[in-house]
Design a protein around this ligand. Structure first.
Ligand SMILES: NC(=O)c1ccc[n+]([C@@H]2O[C@H](COP(=O)([O-])OP(=O)(O)OC[C@H]3O[C@@H](n4cnc5c(N)ncnc54)[C@H](O)[C@@H]3O)[C@@H](O)[C@H]2O)c1
Ligand SMILES: [Zn+2]
Length: 359
């Protein structure tokens, strides 16, 4: 078991990483007293798999809890779902002394966090992430929100959880492609911040992909340590936190150009290799390190090249409309060695074309 802390003065909170830890949430919450009663928010799939277990863990600890379920999928990460859940909470008599538990992937975490930030003008919540992406990324850092037809995550709030409970053993039921998609974000942390973690991922691929408990705990701890460190220094993404977007500038454009048929992590994998190549074009990163990044990504079964059938002009058009574009400038997070990055908008069209063209 590992215990980390996200240090944000009065908004600080612990992250517990423990195989089998799902059963211990009840006793921990009984001590922590985050809320009087708990609304466990989950999508239908996760509720079927783990809803009763978490409910029972809370009840066994003498805590009053109730499940609130919404349909799974990004298409339901909407204001309508938040409104529906708020109505259910109100009808069940939930008030300001009560709290929420986000039990699920990033969609559940984002919805529940946003709901918690606004229900009765704000009630506490805890995160119980069940996808790899949620365990290493979305459950830590306090970004919450929903999509609107005009764009993803356009309505939301920074709202930190009171605790994060990570049980890596729930990843056993996760679809393998979802697991791989999360691995892309894991690799991201190694490239941007931690060369020895990058090496750990090179050495332990088999154990990671076969979900060896000790290796998974170590891997998730390393990712959460980096995320916590970055968020502590820049909670609201004024500067440093942008390094977490490594691979996401070109990645988002590729994801959009595929009409979101490509999984997020797969697009990020392609984006990370493209950014490494851009960095090499600017003489910031050695060709050997580009190769190392690309080889690690490929070794996990993730894509490294933009599919030939995706129109490069469409990708370029999406790059210019990315929501992270500031004052008309597109920013790129470029590795300058494994474990360190810079942020720049100084990329020429020629450099971009060279990287976007099919190999
Ligand atoms: N807040 C942040 O900082 C942040 C960061 C990155 C991504 N996000 C958001 O996260 C979302 C993506 O998250 P996601 O990839 O976890 O998607 P998700 O929550 O939709 O989960 C993917 C699928 O896996 C299922 N599932 C979840 N856990 C499972 C388990 N243990 N076993 C079997 N099935 C399981 C879910 O029911 C769902 O169908 C996006 O909306 C994205 O915007 C937020
Ligand atoms: Zn991502």
């Amino acid at each position: 078991m590992a215990e980390l802390c996200v240090g944000l003065s009065e908004r600080s909170y612990p992250i517990f990483i423990e195989t089998g830890g799902l059963e211990r949430i009840g006793s921990d919450l009984a001590n922590r007293q985050v809320g009087k009663r708990y609304g466990i928010v989950s999508d239908d799939r996760v509720a079927n798999l783990y809803g009763q277990r978490v409910l029972r863990a809370l009840q066994d600890a003498g805590i009053h809890a109730q499940l609130f379920i919404f349909p799974h999928g990004e298409a339901h990460k909407t204001l309508a779902t938040v409104g529906d859940l708020a109505s259910q909470l109100a009808r069940a008599g939930f008030d300001r002394k009560d709290a929420l538990i986000a039990l699920g992937g990033g969609v559940t975490g984002d919805i529940t966090g946003f709901l918690a930030s606004s229900y009765m003008r704000g009630i506490p919540f805890v995160q119980v992430p069940t996808t790899l992406l949620a365990q290493v990324d979305s459950s830590v850092g306090g970004k919450t929100g929903v999509d609107i037809p005009e764009g993803k995550n356009l309505v939301g709030a920074f709202y930190q959880p009171k605790a994060v409970y990570i049980d890596p053993s729930v990843l056993k039921s996760l679809d393998y492609q979802e697991l791989l998609s999360g691995i892309a974000e894991v690799i991201k942390y190694g490239v941007i911040r931690d060369a020895s973690f990058f090496e750990f991922l090179e050495k332990n691929r088999k154990q990671v992909l076969s979900l060896t408990p000790a290796i998974l705990e170590g891997m998730i701890s390393a990712c959460c340590t980096i995320k916590a460190d970055v968020v502590e220094q820049d909670e609201r993404e004024g500067g440093l936190r942008r390094i977490l977007n490594y691979g996401h500038t070109i990645g988002h454009a590729v994801e959009a150009a595929s009409a979101f048929t490509m999984r997020h992590g797969f697009a990020v994998a392609i984006g990370m290799v493209a950014a490494a190549k851009l960095s090499a074009k600017k003489q910031l990163l050695s060709p050997a390190d580009v190769q190392r990044i690309s080889s690690l990504i490929a070794s996990y079964g993730l894509p490294v090249a933009i599919p030939e059938n995706l129109d490069r002009e469409v990708i370029k058009a999406y790059l210019k409309t990315d929501k992270k574009v500031m004052a008309g400038k597109v920013f790129y997070i470029l590795p300058k060695a494994i474990g360190s990055t810079i942020i720049t908008d100084d990329i020429s069209n020629i450099q971009l074309d060279e990287v976007l063209l099919p190999d």
